[in-house]
Design a protein around this ligand. Structure first.
Ligand code: RB5
Length: 147
């Protein structure tokens, strides 16, 4: 799978850890930065992740900031993105099964690296269930169209 990953200055080390973890599983990881500990604005990097996903340059996106909240809000502003902010694996699993989430965000200041790997495993390894959930996801897409 091709996965785009982006982050602000709070999450450089976490991003590197997750990137190496995914590459070790054979995934292709597109890193859109930042790779510096110098303070940056998370909306810049959330937008890069979101754009890569809707442009189909990546199958899924991972966006990391201090809390995962700000960068997750940014991603969800981009039409076609369904970003889930997770601090545990259960929500990541069901965001895939039921919501067909295409971007995951989490906080480098909230979760440790081992928990982050478990969250990422669920997000990357779980397929959308479809069926009745397809109708609901289509309702989300309809809402996007109306606004
Ligand atoms: C940066 O200090 C912090 O605000 C950012 O990483 C993120 O947590 C915002 O939601």
């Amino acid at each position: 799978m091709r996965i785009v990953i982006g982050n602000d200055h709070t999450a450089v080390e976490m991003k590197q850890c997750i990137k190496e973890y995914l590459e070790g599983q054979g995934h292709e990881v597109i890193n859109v930065g930042t790779d510096s500990s110098e303070s940056v604005d998370y909306p810049v990097f959330g937008e890069k992740v979101a754009r890569a996903v809707v442009a189909k340059e990546a199958d899924r996106g991972i966006a990391i900031c201090g809390t995962g909240v700000g960068i997750g809000i940014v991603c969800n502003k981009v039409r076609g993105v369904r970003c889930v902010t997770c601090s545990e694996p259960y929500s990541a699993r069901y965001a895939r099964l039921h919501n067909n989430a295409n971007v995951l965000s989490f906080g480098a200041r909230v979760v440790g690296q081992e928990l982050a790997k478990m969250i990422v495993d669920e997000f990357i390894g779980t397929e959308f269930e479809g069926g009745r959930h397809e109708r609901r996801v289509n309702m989300i897409l309809g809402l996007e169209e109306r606004f």
